[in-house]
Design a protein around this ligand. Structure first.
Ligand SMILES: Cc1cc2nc3c(=O)[nH]c(=O)nc-3n(C[C@H](O)[C@H](O)[C@H](O)COP(=O)(O)O)c2cc1C
Length: 422
Protein backbone atom coordinates (compact mmCIF):
# COMPACT_ATOMS: atom_id res chain seq x y z
CA UNK A 1 0.00 0.00 0.00
CA UNK A 2 1.24 3.43 -0.93
CA UNK A 3 1.75 6.08 1.63
CA UNK A 4 0.41 9.55 0.92
CA UNK A 5 2.61 11.86 -1.12
CA UNK A 6 2.20 14.64 -3.64
CA UNK A 7 4.07 17.59 -5.02
CA UNK A 8 3.23 20.71 -3.11
CA UNK A 9 4.11 23.75 -5.22
CA UNK A 10 3.07 26.47 -2.79
CA UNK A 11 4.08 30.08 -3.40
CA UNK A 12 3.69 30.78 0.30
CA UNK A 13 6.54 32.80 1.77
CA UNK A 14 9.49 30.38 1.78
CA UNK A 15 10.45 31.47 5.29
CA UNK A 16 6.95 30.68 6.52
CA UNK A 17 6.87 27.45 4.59
CA UNK A 18 10.19 26.46 6.16
CA UNK A 19 8.92 27.41 9.62
CA UNK A 20 5.81 25.31 9.06
CA UNK A 21 7.76 22.42 7.55
CA UNK A 22 10.35 22.44 10.31
CA UNK A 23 7.61 21.45 12.71
CA UNK A 24 7.15 18.09 11.05
CA UNK A 25 9.17 17.22 8.02
CA UNK A 26 12.73 18.23 8.69
CA UNK A 27 13.94 16.82 12.00
CA UNK A 28 16.54 19.37 12.99
CA UNK A 29 19.04 17.20 14.84
CA UNK A 30 19.82 15.13 11.75
CA UNK A 31 22.57 15.82 9.27
CA UNK A 32 22.93 14.01 5.97
CA UNK A 33 20.23 11.62 7.07
CA UNK A 34 21.97 10.56 10.29
CA UNK A 35 20.68 9.43 12.68
CA UNK A 36 17.94 7.81 10.60
CA UNK A 37 14.54 8.83 11.99
CA UNK A 38 10.97 7.98 11.10
CA UNK A 39 7.53 8.52 12.56
CA UNK A 40 5.55 5.59 13.90
CA UNK A 41 3.09 4.23 11.35
CA UNK A 42 2.13 0.89 12.93
CA UNK A 43 -1.12 0.12 14.71
CA UNK A 44 -0.15 0.27 18.39
CA UNK A 45 -1.66 3.50 19.66
CA UNK A 46 0.52 3.50 22.75
CA UNK A 47 3.46 4.02 20.39
CA UNK A 48 1.98 7.16 18.89
CA UNK A 49 3.95 9.78 20.81
CA UNK A 50 2.69 12.84 19.00
CA UNK A 51 -0.17 14.04 16.84
CA UNK A 52 2.21 13.71 13.90
CA UNK A 53 2.52 9.96 14.58
CA UNK A 54 -1.29 9.70 14.49
CA UNK A 55 -1.26 11.65 11.25
CA UNK A 56 1.15 9.19 9.66
CA UNK A 57 -0.92 6.26 10.94
CA UNK A 58 -4.02 7.84 9.42
CA UNK A 59 -2.31 8.33 6.08
CA UNK A 60 -1.41 4.70 6.03
CA UNK A 61 -4.95 3.50 6.71
CA UNK A 62 -6.90 5.89 4.46
CA UNK A 63 -7.24 5.80 0.68
CA UNK A 64 -5.64 8.77 -1.07
CA UNK A 65 -8.90 10.61 -1.84
CA UNK A 66 -9.83 10.60 1.86
CA UNK A 67 -6.34 11.81 2.84
CA UNK A 68 -6.73 14.67 0.36
CA UNK A 69 -10.12 15.57 1.83
CA UNK A 70 -8.65 15.54 5.34
CA UNK A 71 -5.44 17.42 4.64
CA UNK A 72 -6.11 19.70 1.70
CA UNK A 73 -6.09 23.47 1.80
CA UNK A 74 -7.50 25.88 -0.75
CA UNK A 75 -5.65 26.90 -3.90
CA UNK A 76 -1.91 27.28 -3.21
CA UNK A 77 -2.36 26.30 0.44
CA UNK A 78 -0.69 29.50 1.60
CA UNK A 79 -3.27 29.90 4.38
CA UNK A 80 -2.65 26.33 5.48
CA UNK A 81 1.08 26.99 5.66
CA UNK A 82 0.46 30.25 7.53
CA UNK A 83 -1.58 28.46 10.18
CA UNK A 84 1.38 26.30 11.07
CA UNK A 85 3.91 29.12 10.74
CA UNK A 86 1.80 31.47 12.91
CA UNK A 87 2.67 29.34 15.92
CA UNK A 88 6.32 29.25 14.90
CA UNK A 89 6.54 33.04 15.09
CA UNK A 90 5.90 33.07 18.84
CA UNK A 91 8.52 31.94 21.37
CA UNK A 92 7.83 30.97 24.95
CA UNK A 93 9.57 32.85 27.78
CA UNK A 94 9.62 30.48 30.77
CA UNK A 95 9.74 31.69 34.36
CA UNK A 96 12.47 30.08 36.45
CA UNK A 97 12.11 28.55 39.90
CA UNK A 98 8.34 28.41 40.25
CA UNK A 99 6.72 25.65 42.32
CA UNK A 100 4.97 23.60 39.65
CA UNK A 101 4.35 20.50 41.74
CA UNK A 102 0.64 20.94 41.01
CA UNK A 103 -0.58 21.98 37.58
CA UNK A 104 -4.10 23.01 36.68
CA UNK A 105 -5.17 22.57 33.04
CA UNK A 106 -8.76 23.67 33.55
CA UNK A 107 -10.47 26.82 32.34
CA UNK A 108 -14.03 28.04 32.47
CA UNK A 109 -16.16 28.11 29.34
CA UNK A 110 -19.59 29.71 29.36
CA UNK A 111 -19.66 29.54 33.13
CA UNK A 112 -18.89 25.84 33.31
CA UNK A 113 -15.54 24.27 34.20
CA UNK A 114 -13.64 22.77 31.29
CA UNK A 115 -10.99 20.28 32.44
CA UNK A 116 -8.84 20.81 29.34
CA UNK A 117 -8.49 24.10 27.47
CA UNK A 118 -9.83 22.93 24.11
CA UNK A 119 -12.88 21.62 22.29
CA UNK A 120 -13.33 19.53 19.16
CA UNK A 121 -14.03 21.62 16.05
CA UNK A 122 -16.86 20.82 13.64
CA UNK A 123 -15.77 18.77 10.65
CA UNK A 124 -18.06 17.41 7.98
CA UNK A 125 -17.97 14.07 6.16
CA UNK A 126 -16.27 12.35 9.10
CA UNK A 127 -18.03 9.18 7.96
CA UNK A 128 -15.29 8.94 5.32
CA UNK A 129 -12.80 8.19 8.08
CA UNK A 130 -14.71 5.72 10.27
CA UNK A 131 -18.22 4.39 10.59
CA UNK A 132 -20.31 6.39 13.11
CA UNK A 133 -17.40 8.78 13.36
CA UNK A 134 -19.25 11.63 15.06
CA UNK A 135 -20.64 9.35 17.75
CA UNK A 136 -17.07 8.17 18.39
CA UNK A 137 -15.68 11.70 18.48
CA UNK A 138 -18.52 12.69 20.82
CA UNK A 139 -17.84 9.77 23.16
CA UNK A 140 -14.14 10.60 23.38
CA UNK A 141 -14.99 14.28 23.95
CA UNK A 142 -17.52 13.42 26.66
CA UNK A 143 -15.02 11.20 28.44
CA UNK A 144 -12.53 14.06 28.51
CA UNK A 145 -15.23 16.59 29.45
CA UNK A 146 -14.64 18.80 26.39
CA UNK A 147 -17.32 20.06 23.96
CA UNK A 148 -17.83 18.40 20.61
CA UNK A 149 -19.15 20.62 17.84
CA UNK A 150 -21.18 18.59 15.36
CA UNK A 151 -21.19 19.81 11.77
CA UNK A 152 -24.22 20.36 9.55
CA UNK A 153 -22.31 18.04 7.19
CA UNK A 154 -22.22 15.28 9.81
CA UNK A 155 -22.99 11.72 8.77
CA UNK A 156 -24.65 10.89 12.09
CA UNK A 157 -28.01 12.01 13.33
CA UNK A 158 -27.94 14.94 15.69
CA UNK A 159 -30.14 13.10 18.20
CA UNK A 160 -27.83 10.08 18.25
CA UNK A 161 -24.86 12.28 19.11
CA UNK A 162 -26.97 14.17 21.68
CA UNK A 163 -27.65 10.84 23.41
CA UNK A 164 -23.95 10.34 24.26
CA UNK A 165 -23.84 10.58 28.08
CA UNK A 166 -22.23 13.67 29.65
CA UNK A 167 -21.57 15.32 26.31
CA UNK A 168 -21.29 19.08 25.88
CA UNK A 169 -22.91 19.02 22.46
CA UNK A 170 -22.71 22.09 20.21
CA UNK A 171 -24.35 22.27 16.80
CA UNK A 172 -22.60 23.96 13.87
CA UNK A 173 -24.92 25.50 11.30
CA UNK A 174 -24.18 26.01 7.63
CA UNK A 175 -26.65 28.47 6.17
CA UNK A 176 -27.95 26.99 2.92
CA UNK A 177 -31.20 26.77 1.01
CA UNK A 178 -34.41 28.60 1.94
CA UNK A 179 -34.98 29.99 5.45
CA UNK A 180 -37.11 27.02 6.50
CA UNK A 181 -34.07 24.71 6.43
CA UNK A 182 -31.93 26.76 8.81
CA UNK A 183 -34.93 27.34 11.06
CA UNK A 184 -35.77 23.63 11.15
CA UNK A 185 -32.16 22.71 11.99
CA UNK A 186 -32.02 25.32 14.75
CA UNK A 187 -35.29 24.09 16.26
CA UNK A 188 -34.02 20.54 16.11
CA UNK A 189 -30.73 21.47 17.83
CA UNK A 190 -32.74 23.16 20.56
CA UNK A 191 -34.88 20.05 21.05
CA UNK A 192 -31.76 17.87 21.08
CA UNK A 193 -30.49 19.96 24.00
CA UNK A 194 -27.42 21.42 22.30
CA UNK A 195 -25.57 23.81 24.59
CA UNK A 196 -24.47 26.17 21.83
CA UNK A 197 -25.15 27.08 18.22
CA UNK A 198 -22.11 27.83 16.06
CA UNK A 199 -22.89 29.61 12.79
CA UNK A 200 -20.06 29.24 10.29
CA UNK A 201 -19.76 32.30 8.07
CA UNK A 202 -16.60 31.69 6.05
CA UNK A 203 -17.93 29.03 3.72
CA UNK A 204 -20.74 30.56 1.66
CA UNK A 205 -18.54 29.75 -1.31
CA UNK A 206 -16.67 26.47 -1.20
CA UNK A 207 -12.91 27.03 -1.14
CA UNK A 208 -11.20 25.32 -4.04
CA UNK A 209 -9.15 22.47 -2.61
CA UNK A 210 -7.51 21.74 -5.90
CA UNK A 211 -5.70 18.61 -4.84
CA UNK A 212 -8.94 17.10 -3.70
CA UNK A 213 -10.63 18.07 -6.99
CA UNK A 214 -7.94 16.18 -8.89
CA UNK A 215 -9.27 13.01 -7.27
CA UNK A 216 -12.63 13.50 -9.06
CA UNK A 217 -13.36 12.79 -12.72
CA UNK A 218 -16.37 15.10 -12.39
CA UNK A 219 -18.36 16.40 -9.39
CA UNK A 220 -19.69 13.40 -7.51
CA UNK A 221 -17.50 10.80 -9.22
CA UNK A 222 -14.01 9.75 -8.14
CA UNK A 223 -11.40 9.02 -10.82
CA UNK A 224 -10.87 5.37 -11.71
CA UNK A 225 -7.41 5.60 -10.12
CA UNK A 226 -8.91 6.83 -6.83
CA UNK A 227 -11.51 4.05 -6.85
CA UNK A 228 -8.80 1.44 -7.45
CA UNK A 229 -6.67 2.97 -4.71
CA UNK A 230 -9.66 2.81 -2.31
CA UNK A 231 -10.11 -0.86 -3.19
CA UNK A 232 -6.51 -1.42 -2.07
CA UNK A 233 -7.41 -0.20 1.43
CA UNK A 234 -9.54 -3.06 2.82
CA UNK A 235 -8.84 -2.15 6.46
CA UNK A 236 -10.37 1.29 5.81
CA UNK A 237 -13.27 -0.17 3.83
CA UNK A 238 -14.14 -2.69 6.57
CA UNK A 239 -14.18 -0.15 9.39
CA UNK A 240 -15.75 2.66 7.38
CA UNK A 241 -18.11 1.32 4.75
CA UNK A 242 -19.35 -1.83 6.50
CA UNK A 243 -22.78 -0.23 6.99
CA UNK A 244 -22.86 1.13 3.41
CA UNK A 245 -21.90 4.58 2.16
CA UNK A 246 -22.41 7.30 4.78
CA UNK A 247 -25.06 9.95 4.15
CA UNK A 248 -25.85 13.44 5.40
CA UNK A 249 -28.14 12.20 8.10
CA UNK A 250 -29.44 15.61 9.16
CA UNK A 251 -29.86 17.25 5.77
CA UNK A 252 -30.83 14.43 3.44
CA UNK A 253 -34.53 15.26 3.43
CA UNK A 254 -33.79 18.74 2.12
CA UNK A 255 -31.87 17.39 -0.87
CA UNK A 256 -33.71 16.52 -4.09
CA UNK A 257 -34.30 12.77 -4.32
CA UNK A 258 -32.23 12.33 -7.46
CA UNK A 259 -29.20 14.02 -5.80
CA UNK A 260 -28.93 11.98 -2.62
CA UNK A 261 -25.76 10.02 -3.40
CA UNK A 262 -22.95 10.75 -0.91
CA UNK A 263 -20.76 13.10 -2.95
CA UNK A 264 -23.72 14.41 -4.93
CA UNK A 265 -25.50 15.59 -1.79
CA UNK A 266 -22.33 17.33 -0.60
CA UNK A 267 -22.05 19.10 -3.94
CA UNK A 268 -25.75 20.01 -3.82
CA UNK A 269 -25.41 21.65 -0.39
CA UNK A 270 -22.29 23.51 -1.53
CA UNK A 271 -24.16 24.78 -4.58
CA UNK A 272 -27.07 25.98 -2.43
CA UNK A 273 -25.23 27.99 0.21
CA UNK A 274 -26.99 31.29 0.87
CA UNK A 275 -24.85 34.00 -0.73
CA UNK A 276 -27.03 36.75 0.75
CA UNK A 277 -26.00 35.82 4.30
CA UNK A 278 -25.16 39.03 6.19
CA UNK A 279 -25.09 40.52 9.70
CA UNK A 280 -28.84 41.18 9.69
CA UNK A 281 -29.60 37.53 9.01
CA UNK A 282 -27.10 36.29 11.60
CA UNK A 283 -28.67 38.70 14.11
CA UNK A 284 -32.06 37.17 13.25
CA UNK A 285 -30.68 33.65 13.84
CA UNK A 286 -29.24 34.85 17.16
CA UNK A 287 -32.76 35.80 18.24
CA UNK A 288 -34.13 32.41 17.25
CA UNK A 289 -31.64 30.59 19.46
CA UNK A 290 -32.13 30.70 23.24
CA UNK A 291 -28.71 29.44 24.36
CA UNK A 292 -25.05 30.26 23.70
CA UNK A 293 -24.44 31.60 20.21
CA UNK A 294 -21.06 31.72 18.44
CA UNK A 295 -19.94 32.92 15.02
CA UNK A 296 -17.19 30.86 13.41
CA UNK A 297 -14.87 32.08 10.71
CA UNK A 298 -14.11 35.62 11.84
CA UNK A 299 -10.71 37.07 10.95
CA UNK A 300 -10.71 40.70 11.92
CA UNK A 301 -11.21 42.59 15.17
CA UNK A 302 -13.94 44.88 13.77
CA UNK A 303 -16.05 41.82 13.00
CA UNK A 304 -15.48 40.48 16.51
CA UNK A 305 -16.88 43.74 17.90
CA UNK A 306 -19.80 43.51 15.51
CA UNK A 307 -20.49 39.95 16.64
CA UNK A 308 -20.59 41.19 20.23
CA UNK A 309 -22.94 43.99 19.17
CA UNK A 310 -25.52 41.58 17.71
CA UNK A 311 -25.48 39.58 20.92
CA UNK A 312 -23.18 36.69 20.04
CA UNK A 313 -21.68 35.08 23.13
CA UNK A 314 -18.54 33.99 21.35
CA UNK A 315 -16.45 34.29 18.21
CA UNK A 316 -14.28 31.59 16.70
CA UNK A 317 -11.24 33.15 15.03
CA UNK A 318 -10.65 30.75 12.21
CA UNK A 319 -9.80 30.46 8.54
CA UNK A 320 -11.40 27.02 8.35
CA UNK A 321 -8.07 25.22 8.57
CA UNK A 322 -6.81 26.91 5.39
CA UNK A 323 -9.61 25.37 3.34
CA UNK A 324 -11.51 28.48 2.28
CA UNK A 325 -9.96 31.79 1.16
CA UNK A 326 -6.27 31.36 0.40
CA UNK A 327 -3.70 33.93 1.64
CA UNK A 328 -5.66 34.93 4.73
CA UNK A 329 -4.24 35.74 8.12
CA UNK A 330 -4.58 33.11 10.81
CA UNK A 331 -6.94 33.22 13.75
CA UNK A 332 -3.88 33.42 15.98
CA UNK A 333 -2.69 36.60 14.19
CA UNK A 334 -5.98 38.35 14.99
CA UNK A 335 -6.40 37.13 18.53
CA UNK A 336 -4.48 39.73 20.61
CA UNK A 337 -6.25 42.70 18.98
CA UNK A 338 -9.63 40.94 19.14
CA UNK A 339 -9.17 40.36 22.86
CA UNK A 340 -8.06 43.95 23.40
CA UNK A 341 -11.25 45.20 21.73
CA UNK A 342 -13.83 43.03 23.48
CA UNK A 343 -12.11 42.49 26.83
CA UNK A 344 -14.01 39.94 28.89
CA UNK A 345 -17.33 40.67 27.16
CA UNK A 346 -16.96 37.78 24.81
CA UNK A 347 -15.68 34.22 24.63
CA UNK A 348 -12.92 33.93 22.03
CA UNK A 349 -11.94 30.58 20.60
CA UNK A 350 -9.25 30.07 17.99
CA UNK A 351 -8.29 27.29 15.61
CA UNK A 352 -6.01 26.43 12.73
CA UNK A 353 -2.85 24.36 12.96
CA UNK A 354 -3.11 23.35 16.62
CA UNK A 355 -1.00 20.19 16.81
CA UNK A 356 0.93 20.52 20.07
CA UNK A 357 0.42 21.29 23.74
CA UNK A 358 2.63 24.35 23.24
CA UNK A 359 0.25 25.54 20.48
CA UNK A 360 -2.63 25.46 22.96
CA UNK A 361 -0.53 27.33 25.52
CA UNK A 362 0.23 30.02 22.92
CA UNK A 363 -3.48 30.39 22.08
CA UNK A 364 -4.29 30.91 25.75
CA UNK A 365 -1.37 33.28 26.33
CA UNK A 366 -2.55 35.41 23.38
CA UNK A 367 -6.03 35.74 24.87
CA UNK A 368 -8.14 32.75 23.80
CA UNK A 369 -10.54 31.15 26.25
CA UNK A 370 -9.80 27.81 24.60
CA UNK A 371 -8.50 26.35 21.35
CA UNK A 372 -10.34 24.14 18.87
CA UNK A 373 -8.84 20.94 17.52
CA UNK A 374 -9.67 20.21 13.88
CA UNK A 375 -7.37 17.83 12.05
CA UNK A 376 -5.54 16.79 15.24
CA UNK A 377 -8.44 14.73 16.57
CA UNK A 378 -9.38 13.60 13.05
CA UNK A 379 -5.90 12.08 12.69
CA UNK A 380 -6.64 10.02 15.80
CA UNK A 381 -10.07 9.06 14.46
CA UNK A 382 -8.72 8.06 11.06
CA UNK A 383 -5.85 6.13 12.62
CA UNK A 384 -7.87 4.06 15.08
CA UNK A 385 -11.49 5.20 15.61
CA UNK A 386 -12.58 6.25 19.11
CA UNK A 387 -9.39 4.94 20.76
CA UNK A 388 -7.40 7.09 18.36
CA UNK A 389 -9.37 10.22 19.33
CA UNK A 390 -8.81 9.35 22.99
CA UNK A 391 -5.08 9.01 22.29
CA UNK A 392 -5.03 12.41 20.54
CA UNK A 393 -6.70 14.01 23.57
CA UNK A 394 -4.28 12.24 25.92
CA UNK A 395 -1.31 13.49 23.90
CA UNK A 396 -2.57 17.07 24.30
CA UNK A 397 -3.23 16.54 28.01
CA UNK A 398 0.26 15.11 28.57
CA UNK A 399 1.99 17.79 26.53
CA UNK A 400 0.08 20.70 28.09
CA UNK A 401 0.71 19.36 31.57
CA UNK A 402 4.43 18.84 31.03
CA UNK A 403 4.87 22.12 29.17
CA UNK A 404 3.12 24.08 31.92
CA UNK A 405 5.64 22.64 34.37
CA UNK A 406 8.53 23.54 32.09
CA UNK A 407 7.12 27.03 31.48
CA UNK A 408 6.87 27.79 35.18
CA UNK A 409 3.10 28.32 35.10
CA UNK A 410 1.16 26.25 37.66
CA UNK A 411 -2.13 26.99 35.94
CA UNK A 412 -3.25 27.71 32.38
CA UNK A 413 -5.26 30.60 33.86
CA UNK A 414 -1.99 32.43 34.54
CA UNK A 415 -0.95 32.44 30.91
CA UNK A 416 -0.59 35.83 29.27
CA UNK A 417 1.74 37.95 27.19
CA UNK A 418 4.46 37.77 29.87
CA UNK A 419 5.11 34.21 28.72
CA UNK A 420 5.57 35.10 25.05
CA UNK A 421 8.10 36.79 22.80
CA UNK A 422 7.55 37.41 19.13
C1 LIG B 1 -11.86 17.59 7.04
C2 LIG B 1 -12.37 18.90 7.56
C3 LIG B 1 -13.73 19.19 7.50
C4 LIG B 1 -14.22 20.40 8.00
N1 LIG B 1 -15.57 20.62 7.99
C5 LIG B 1 -16.06 21.74 8.60
C6 LIG B 1 -17.46 21.92 8.75
O1 LIG B 1 -18.26 21.09 8.33
N2 LIG B 1 -17.88 23.05 9.37
C7 LIG B 1 -17.02 24.00 9.85
O2 LIG B 1 -17.46 25.02 10.41
N3 LIG B 1 -15.68 23.83 9.75
C8 LIG B 1 -15.19 22.73 9.16
N4 LIG B 1 -13.83 22.53 9.10
C9 LIG B 1 -12.93 23.51 9.74
C10 LIG B 1 -12.68 23.13 11.22
O3 LIG B 1 -13.82 23.36 12.00
C11 LIG B 1 -11.54 23.95 11.82
O4 LIG B 1 -11.81 25.32 11.65
C12 LIG B 1 -10.18 23.61 11.22
O5 LIG B 1 -10.07 22.22 10.99
C13 LIG B 1 -9.05 24.05 12.12
O6 LIG B 1 -7.80 23.85 11.53
P1 LIG B 1 -6.89 22.55 11.80
O7 LIG B 1 -7.55 21.42 11.10
O8 LIG B 1 -5.58 22.92 11.20
O9 LIG B 1 -6.83 22.35 13.29
C14 LIG B 1 -13.33 21.33 8.56
C15 LIG B 1 -11.96 21.05 8.61
C16 LIG B 1 -11.48 19.84 8.13
C17 LIG B 1 -10.00 19.55 8.24
Amino acid sequence: MRSFSRERPSRADPVEAAAAGARFDQPTATENGAPARSYYTGRNLARAHTIEDLRRMAHRRLPAFAVEYLEGGAEEEATLVRNLAAFASWRLSPKALVDVSRRDLSVSLFGRPLPLPFAIAPTGLNGLFWRKADVLLARAAAQAGVPFIQSTMSNDRMEEVAAVPNLRHWWQLYVFGPHEIREALIARAERAGCEALVVTVDAQFYGDREWEQRRFAHPGRLTTGSILDAALHPRWALTTLSGGMPSFANDINYIPEDRRGFFESAFWIRANMDHTLDWAEVARLRKLWPRKFLIKGILNADDVERAAAIGADGAILSNHGGRQLDWTVSGLDVLPEARRRVGDRMTLLVDGGVRRGTDVLKCLALGADAALLGRATLYGLAAAGQKGVERAIDIFREEIDRDLGLLGAPSVKELGSAFLTR
